[in-house]
Write a protein that binds this ligand. Structure first.
Ligand code: AOF
Ligand code: ZN
Length: 357
């Protein structure tokens, strides 16, 4: 199963909106075949593994990192393919949270006389697909917020200048994060200050370009923004209709999504995330400034923080890591759980879960 999970991870940047799934076929202690799901619309891991075994699968055991499907989606059911291939046993990590499957894949196998077991390394399978599981269960994507700061927690100078806080290796690491994400979300303030591209550049390997999203309640995004002129698609989420600004942005290539504003006049995270989940967005990377990121964290909409800390000090006038309001006592602190810490070039990368779950 560990091998099936490692195979699944090869689909890290290409399976969207499908999950990353791997499969290993074994008989008498010998590996017959292995495969992983590459792309939505193409065969699932099990079907590819059966094909790779070249017809010799009778009596074998399949290790699959996700429950075989039992529905006709873009492709026919894997449970049927496993039954037809004469598998004796199927061992599954996690059951499929997709309501169209949800345990019925295992049931179908059992009814056909295939021995079934599940739960082996299921947490790892889920961790490999946090967005797919979240979307299937809660109708929301999984959100990572990325921040780059000096060791004293500053993300820009008072002037807004911030290029570059971290080194080349950390910046390349961000391109890997982008490549595995389904959408990158930023705020109009970042667009106005930095004119970022938010594309995947410093990355080798196959990936699906993530949808780029600007949160911009007043449609202040300039039609001349770099993200629009590169013709690679931008979604702008804004508040009420603004006929004066809409045509120029649409002409520049933007897709406009109207959102209801919250009482404070801002576009709130929940509506944005629901709208993104509705177009099958699994994993969101929030690359925004201290205010937007802080607001999303305080709204409980950020699952994971990825903070690159650079070995220098930017001083008192610099912008903070996050703007968090209303915290007065120690009891008001936002708990974080450290998940990983490592050096990336000369910078330190911290991965933290938000909350104490
Ligand atoms: C599997 N093995 O390798 C994957 C599965 O539209 P389709 O036909 O590609 O079906 C997509 C659904 O199939 C997806 O939402 C998830 O429930 C399951 N993914 N299942 O047996 C695989 N990728
Ligand atoms: Zn399938």
């Amino acid at each position: 199963m560990a091998q099936a999970l490692a195979l699944a991870a090869r689909g890290m940047c290409t399976t969207d909106p499908n999950p990353r799934v791997g499969c290993v076929l074994v008989r008498d202690g010998q590996k017959l075949a292995e495969a992983w799901h590459h792309r939505a619309g193409e065969p699932h891991a099990e079907v590819l593994a059966i094909a790779a075994a070249g017809g010799d699968t009778t009596g074998a055991t399949a290790y699959v990192s996700l429950e075989p499907c039992c529905h006709y989606g873009r492709t026919p059911p894997c449970a049927d393919a496993l039954i037809e291939a004469g598998l004796a046993r199927v061992v599954v990590a996690a059951t499929d949270p997709n309501p169209r499957v949800g345990g019925r894949g295992l049931e179908r196998l059992r009814e056909a006389g295939v021995a079934v077991a599940f739960g082996l390394l299921s947490e790892q399978s889920e961790q490999l697909n946090p967005g797919f599981f979240r979307r299937m269960r809660a109708g929301l994507p999984y959100v990572r917020a990325k921040l780059a700061a000096s060791l004293d927690g500053r993300t820009a100078m008072a002037s807004g200048e911030s290029r570059w806080i971290t080194g080349a290796a950390a910046r390349a690491d961000v391109h890997r994060l982008r490549a595995q994400s389904s959408a990158i979300v930023t705020g109009v303030d970042t667009v106005l200050a930095d004119d970022p591209q938010l594309t995947v550049r410093d990355f080798t390997g196959d990936f699906l370009p993530p949808r780029r999203v600007i949160i911009d309640s007043q449609l202040r995004t300039p039609p001349s923004a770099g993200m629009l002129s590169d013709q690679q698609g931008v979604t702008i989420i804004h508040g009420g209709t603004m006929p004066g600004r809409e045509p120029a942005l649409v002409n520049a290539g933007a897709e406009l999504w109207e959102a209801t504003l919250e009482d404070n006049g801002h576009v709130g995270p929940t509506g944005v995330l629901e709208a993104l989940a509705a177009v099958e967005t699994n994993e969101v990377l929030l690359e925004a400034g201290a205010r937007l990121t802080g607001a999303w964290v305080q709204a409980g909409r950020v699952d994971e923080l990825i903070i690159y800390l650079a070995p220098h000090l930017m001083g008192n006038e610099g912008r903070p890591l996050l703007e968090l309001t209303g915290l007065e006592q120690m009891a008001d602190r936002l708990p974080l759980k450290m998940l990983d810490q490592r050096m990336v070039g000369d910078d330190l990368r911290l991965t933290l879960r938000v909350g104490d779950r």
